[in-house]
Design a protein around this ligand. Structure first.
Ligand SMILES: Cc1cc2nc3c(=O)[nH]c(=O)nc-3n(C[C@H](O)[C@H](O)[C@H](O)COP(=O)(O)OP(=O)(O)OC[C@H]3O[C@@H](n4cnc5c(N)ncnc54)[C@H](O)[C@@H]3O)c2cc1C
Length: 311
C-alpha cells in the first residue's frame, strides 16, 4: 500500500514545489523547520565548520553550493568564482573536500558555451589544487548537454567526473559510451520526476539497473562513486568487491547525502571504506529540500511536526 501511494505522493510534492505559495512559505520558515537537517547552513563559514566536523568523523566531503536554473550570465560566473575560491580554501586549510555542481548553476540554460567555460575554470583550479570536481546530473532534458560538456572537459582534464541516474533507460548505453575515457562516474537512482517513456517506473527496475551499472563500471577502468543509502545495494556492492578482490580504497568510494542514513555511512567508514558525504550549503535550498522530501515522504511528517511544535 505504502509503495502504491509513493509515486503519486512524490509527484505531488515535486508539483507543489512549483507553487509560488509553497515556495514563499517554505523559503521563509524552512531553515528553522528542518532544512538544516540536510543543509550545512547558508554561509561559507557554516559550511566550513560542518566540513571540518565531517572530516573529523572520517568522511571526505563533496561540497555543493545550492543553486540551479540560473538566468543571468553574471550569476553563473559568480557561482564558478565561488567554487574556485572554495577549492583554494580547502587546499589552504587541508580539508578533504572536493566540489560537485549543477551545470544549470553555471549557466547551461543561458548558453552551453558559458557553462563549459565556467566548468573548465573550476576544473583548472581544482587541478592546480590537486583536487577533483564533478558535474551533477539534472533532469533528463539536460543529459545530452551535460555529457557533451563532460566529454569536452575530459579531453583537457583528468580530474573531472560525472553522474548517471539508474532510473533512466539510456544510462547503460551512456556508461558504455564513456568507457574509452576511463571515467569517474557517480551512480545515483535519480531525484526528478521523469516520464515512463524514458525512465523505469518500478523501483525494482531502478534498483536492478543501479546494481548492474555499478558492477559494470567496477569491472572497467575508471573510478566509481556508489551514491546510495540503500542498505541492500550497499551490501550487494560490498559482496561484489570482496568476491572480485577489488580493494576497499582506490577504485571506488561510497557517497551519501549529509543528514541521511548517518549510521550506515559511519559503519562503512568503520569497515575501512572511503565514504564521501555530499554537504550542500547556501540560501537557495528550497528545490534541494523538496527533492529530499519527495524521496521519502515520511520526511514530510518530520518537517510538518517541526512546524506545529513551534506554534
Ligand atoms: C552523494 C549523492 C549525490 C547525488 N547526486 C544526484 C545527482 O546528481 N542527480 C540526481 O538526480 N540525484 C542525485 N542524488 C539523489 C539520488 O538520485 C536519490 O534520489 C537519493 O539518493 C535517494 O535514493 P537512494 O539511492 O538512497 O535509494 P532509496 O531507495 O530512495 O532509499 C533507500 C533508503 O535510504 C534512505 N533515504 C533515501 N532518501 C532519503 C531521504 N531523502 N530522507 C531520509 N532517508 C532517505 C531511506 O532509509 C530509504 O529507505 C544523489 C544522491 C547522493 C547520495
Amino acid at each position: 500500500m505504502a509503495s502504491l501511494l509513493e509515486r503519486p505522493l512524490r509527484a505531488a510534492i515535486l508539483a507543489a514545489a512549483d507553487s509560488p505559495f509553497v515556495q514563499r512559505t517554505v523559503s521563509r520558515y524552512g531553515m528553522q523547520l528542518g532544512a538544516r537537517r540536510f543543509v550545512a547552513g547558508e554561509s561559507t563559514a557554516e559550511f566550513l565548520s560542518v566540513a571540518r566536523e565531517v572530516n573529523a568523523r572520517g568522511f571526505a566531503v563533496a561540497c555543493g553550493i545550492l543553486g540551479e536554473g540560473v538566468r543571468e550570465r553574471a550569476e553563473a560566473t559568480a557561482a564558478a568564482d565561488r567554487y574556485c575560491a572554495l577549492l583554494r580554501t580547502f587546499a589552504a586549510q587541508g580539508l578533504d573536500a572536493n566540489v560537485a555542481f549543477k551545470l544549470t548553476h553555471l549557466g547551461l540554460d543561458i548558453d552551453p558555451e558559458l557553462a563549459f567555460e565556467n566548468a573548465a575554470r573550476v576544473a583548472q583550479t581544482a587541478r592546480e589544487c590537486g583536487n577533483t570536481m564533478r558535474l551533477d546530473m539534472e533532469q533528463s532534458r539536460y543529459v545530452d548537454a551535460t555529457l557533451a560538456i563532460y566529454r569536452r572537459l575530459r579531453a583537457q582534464f583528468d580530474n573531472v567526473g560525472y553522474v548517471l541516474q539508474s532510473y533512466l533507460l539510456r544510462s547503460m548505453d551512456d556508461l558504455i559510451s564513456t568507457f574509452e575515457l576511463e571515467p569517474n562516474v557517480r551512480f545515483v537512482k535519480g531525484a526528478y520526476l521523469e516520464s515512463p517513456s524514458i525512465a523505469y517506473a518500478d523501483k525494482r527496475d531502478v534498483d536492478a539497473q543501479y546494481v548492474k551499472l555499478v558492477e559494470t563500471a567496477l569491472t572497467h577502468p575508471g573510478y566509481t562513486a556508489v551514491a546510495t543509502h540503500d542498505p541492500a545495494i550497499v551490501a550487494e556492492i560490498e559482496r561484489f568487491v570482496a568476491e572480485r578482490g577489488i580493494p576497499k580504497r582506490g577504485r571506488f568510494e561510497f557517497q551519501m547525502l549529509y543528514g541521511i542514513s548517518p549510521q550506515l555511512a559511519q559503519s562503512l567508514v568503520e569497515r575501512g571504506y572511503r565514504v564521501r558525504l555530499a554537504v550542500p550549503f547556501g540560501d537557495f535550498w528550497f528545490p534541494y529540500l523538496m527533492r529530499r522530501l519527495a524521496e521519502r515522504p515520511a520526511n514530510l511528517a518530520f518537517f510538518l511536526r517541526g512546524a506545529f511544535s513551534r506554534r
